[in-house]
Design a protein around this ligand. Structure first.
Ligand SMILES: Nc1ncnc2c1ncn2[C@@H]1O[C@H](COP(=O)(O)OP(=O)(O)O)[C@@H](O)[C@H]1O
Ligand SMILES: [Mg+2]
Length: 363
């Protein structure tokens, strides 16, 4: 058993946390092991399908060549994430059939997919336990509903609970989520500066490139100018955060752009923040309809005060969505935000609502 240090000084000394490979072709196996070594990741070779079966459910990644894939498909191994079919050169039709039968995540053609595979190995080291993070999407029922503030508050709640969060700003017209958090002075990339080549990025690389990475609350913000994110980039970033075990919180615009939908499609929970006002209900109903077209059914978080006496249950019923919770206004929030600080009162209405959202997300 090899002890392999990862970027954070942890070790992957438990065999269940190492990738396994069933690859007959020595040249191909050498290639795969060389790429794993480049990421400092130990890979176990298994000799046959019975040995593979023993490691099948726990290994963070399973690498199979065409023959192994055919054998695994015949053995009717259950579906799991992280199954990779590797081959030298473009895959033939047979490979695709096995990939479908196994529910493989990817068919990798080496050497073209080398970089992708190195990053996949790097992710394994970074998060040896392999527990994927959850993804939250936050939407506002109307402009200024408090969606961005709630997204930031949930990020803080994750930190308080001892976890790590990745905040992903998907609203290019929102002025930048870094401003809401009071970290706009911090160095690190914003969306316009982030160049993602290929469909995958390592969570560690992302964290070190973005503001807040060392604190455990990483922010990928839109900027005051420059383009917002492309859908494929949102997908790559959300997937990286999830694989890295972060709680990923996506702040979405009300106009569900393709980029916003890329986040919404990946969300384990969507929350619609709605002020307790009649017009906000009307606006939120339209946002809810858009989300429904995408197959999402957000839960409503009602934000007080309620000038006309609307109750939270009435707000949720008017929109036709389940109520998650409600919150009174956070005292002093607007002035704190203008001073460039984010209130960190763990017992206030905002933090309490954020904790409720987090509990729901993790349940
Ligand atoms: N929980 C809250 N309590 C009190 N005021 C809030 C709260 N959430 C938001 N606000 C106020 O509403 C403004 C807009 O919030 P924001 O989160 O940017 O809205 P959205 O992202 O939905 O457009 C904030 O600048 C703040 O003044
Ligand atoms: Mg916003």
């Amino acid at each position: 058993v090899r002890d392999v240090p990862n970027a954070e000084g942890n070790t992957v000394d438990d065999e269940t946390h190492r990738p396994v490979a069933l690859i007959d072709d020595d040249a191909l196996l050498d290639d795969v092991l060389r790429l794993a070594a480049a990421a400092d990741c130990a890979v176990d070779r298994v000799p046959d399908v019975p040995a593979l079966r023993g490691r099948w459910s726990a290994a963070p990644l399973v690498l199979l060549d065409e023959r192994a894939a055919a054998a695994a498909a015949r053995a009717e191994l259950p579906r799991r994430a992280g199954v990779l079919l590797v081959g030298a050169g473009p895959p033939g039709d047979g490979v695709w059939q096995h990939a479908v039968a196994l529910g493989a995540e990817r068919v990798l053609d080496l050497p073209d997919a080398e970089q992708w595979l190195v990053e996949a190995f790097a992710d394994v080291l970074e998060h040896p336990g392999g527990t994927a993070g959850r993804v939250l999407a936050v939407l506002g029922g109307r402009g200024g509903a408090g969606a961005s503030v709630l997204a930031a508050a949930v990020g803080r709640a994750v930190l308080r609970s001892g976890g790590r969060a990745l905040l992903v700003d998907c609203d290019p017209l929102g002025g930048g989520l870094d401003l809401a958090l009071g970290v706009e002075g911090e160095t690190g990339l914003r969306w316009p500066g982030l160049r993602l080549s290929g469909g995958r990025v390592a969570a560690s690389a992302l964290r070190s490139a973005l503001p807040g990475g060392s604190s455990g609350l990483t922010v990928l913000s839109c900027d005051r100018d420059g383009p917002g994110p492309e859908p494929h980039a949102v997908a790559a970033v959300v997937d990286a955060g999830r694989r890295g075990g972060d709680t990923v919180v996506c702040d979405l615009p009300r106009q569900l752009t393709d980029a916003a939908c890329a986040a919404l499609d990946r969300a384990d929970l969507a929350v619609l923040v709605v002020p307790a006002e009649v017009r906000a209900c009307a606006a939120a109903t339209r946002v809810a309809r858009r989300a429904a077209e995408r197959g999402a059914r957000p839960r409503v978080l009602v934000r007080g005060p309620s000038p006309g006496g609307l109750r939270s249950e009435q707000v949720a019923a008017a929109i036709g969505l389940p109520l998650l919770t409600s919150m009174r206004p956070e005292p002093g929030l607007a002035s704190a935000l203008d001073r460039g600080t984010f209130p960190d009162r763990s017992g206030g209405p905002l933090a309490t609502a954020a904790a409720a959202v987090l509990r729901e997300l993790m349940s």
